[in-house]
Design a binder for this molecule. Sequence first.
Ligand SMILES: [Zn+2]
Length: 222
Amino acid sequence: MVQYHTGKQIHESKAAYKLAIRAMLEMKLYAQKLSKENDITIALARTPAETTAQRFAVSDLLHEEYKSKAATVIKGDLAAALQQIGKTKDLPIYYTNGTHVAVNADITLPERIGYEHTFFPVVDGGNILHIWLGEGSSRPEGLMDFAMQLAKNTQVGYFAFTRDMTVCTAEGSVSNGLHNKCPKCGSDKVQHLSRITGYLQAVEGWNAGKRQELKDRKRVEI
Ligand SMILES: [Zn+2]
């Protein structure tokens, strides 16, 4: 939404970041107004949007009026999607989710946290900070220190460290990273595991949009 209106993503300009904050605060105030008027509690929450991130992008790309506009802000492999459009709705595209910075944004982890933690106090629940770890083994002490930093010095309320894994179904070993063959025995009977939104799952079950997001994720070492 902010990229469409300002021409920039949250991490690319102050105006885009400010518009995101403004939009969230307006929704928060509206939820409070409705709560008061109706004497019930209405929460403003970010949803995990397991399928919506892809579904909205595909719907907009299929729509005569919206497709040219959507194409300017859709994430993923738009060229591949345009080739397959009409044949399938399971396309390798998606929108960024909630107040998340794009998964492939070329910024450091502290910079990402700087943008995303702002929104935690605004929503009543559902928000999460994803930390996508690279293939290298992060030191447990490093992860512990980092988690303490997050808990003490930021407004991040909920976070997850995620490392991609390859499970060899031939002999049951688990390796770091996504491999087409088991690094230990060479078997191609492998299954990939990663976090889709909240949970670790087998990648084969994901839609094409989520599988594309997995490819696009910028990973970090801690
Ligand atoms: Zn193996």
